[in-house]
Write a protein that binds this ligand. Structure first.
Ligand SMILES: [Zn+2]
Ligand SMILES: [Zn+2]
Length: 251
C-alpha cells in the first residue's frame, strides 16, 4: 500500500490501545497494545524461585530454603513461569482477552510468553502444549477459551504442538471469588483426560498454558490428572502472575 494511503487510513482508523485507550502512534507496528503499555508490563523481579518463578522475598538474609508459593504444590507440577506480573496494564489486557472478545490479543501476549526462559529441563522435555480447559458452558458464553488461543499462539512461536488433551468437567464456581483455601477444593477432580490420548501423555513432560497463574491450584490439579494418566510431569507457562503486592514491596 502506498505510504500516503496508509497514513490516511491510520488517521481514519487510528488504532486504539486495548490497555490504555490511547491512540497508537503512527509508525508503531503493533496494532493492539501501544509501545508505552508494552514497556510497562513488569517481568517478575529477580531473584525468583527456580521452581515456580515467584520473586523471593528480599529480607537481607540468605533466601529462605523453601518457597511459600510452591511448597504445597504436588510433585506432578514441576515448574511455572509467567511473562509478567498481574498489575496494570497486564490486568486490563487479560480482561480484554478473557471477557471482551479480543482474541487477537493472544498474539502479542504469547509473544511475551515465548520470550520467557523456561527451566532447562522444561525447555528440553516439553513438546506438547495443553491449554488449561474451561467448562463447556463458559466456552459457549465467550465463544472461545482464552487459554486455548494463547496456547496455539505460544505453541507456534516455540515450535511445540498444541493439543487439547484435557477436558473440564461440569460447571465450577468462578475461582476469583474464592479464597485460596477454597480454590484447591474447588478444582479437585475438575479435569479428565480427553478420549483416546493416553499414548500422547504416557511418560511425557507436558506444558500447560493459561492466561493467569494465581495460587497454582488449577495447574496442580491439571498436573495431577496428567500424571495419574501416565505422564511424567507437567509445567505451566502463563502470561501473568497474580501475587500479593505486599510481598513484592517488602524489602
Ligand atoms: Zn497503551
Ligand atoms: Zn516457588
Amino acid at each position: 500500500m502506498p505510504d500516503l494511503l496508509a497514513s490516511l487510513l491510520d488517521l481514519v482508523l487510528a488504532p486504539v490501545c486495548l490497555a490504555c485507550d490511547g491512540v497508537i502512534a503512527p509508525g508503531d507496528t503493533a496494532r493492539l497494545v501501544c509501545r508505552g503499555c508494552r514497556s510497562r508490563l513488569r517481568p517478575l523481579p529477580p531473584p525468583v524461585c527456580p521452581r515456580c518463578g515467584a520473586p523471593r522475598l528480599r529480607t537481607g538474609r540468605e533466601p529462605e530454603p523453601t518457597c511459600g508459593e510452591c511448597v504445597a504444590w504436588p510433585a506432578a507440577l514441576r515448574a511455572a513461569r509467567s511473562a509478567c506480573l498481574l498489575a496494570p496494564p497486564a490486568d486490563r489486557l487479560v480482561h480484554q482477552l478473557k471477557y471482551r472478545g479480543w482474541r487477537a490479543l493472544a498474539e502479542p501476549l504469547a509473544e511475551r510468553m515465548a520470550a520467557v526462559a523456561l527451566p532447562p529441563d522444561v525447555e528440553r522435555e516439553t513438546g506438547i502444549v495443553i491449554p488449561v480447559p474451561t467448562t463447556a458452558t463458559r466456552r459457549r458464553e465467550r465463544g472461545y477459551n482464552q487459554a486455548e488461543v494463547l496456547a496455539r499462539a505460544y505453541a507456534r512461536r516455540t515450535r511445540r504442538d498444541p493439543r487439547n488433551l484435557l477436558q473440564r468437567r461440569g460447571a465450577a464456581s468462578t475461582q476469583t471469588i474464592l479464597q485460596p483455601a477454597a480454590r484447591g477444593a474447588n478444582v479437585a477432580g475438575a479435569f479428565r483426560l480427553a478420549r483416546g490420548v493416553e499414548r500422547d501423555v504416557r511418560g511425557a513432560h507436558l506444558l500447560l498454558v493459561d492466561d493467569v497463574l494465581t495460587t497454582g491450584a488449577t495447574a496442580a490439579e491439571c498436573a495431577r490428572t496428567l500424571v495419574a494418566a501416565g505422564a511424567r510431569a507437567a509445567s505451566i507457562v502463563t502470561f501473568a502472575r497474580a501475587l500479593d503486592v505486599h510481598r513484592l514491596t517488602a524489602t
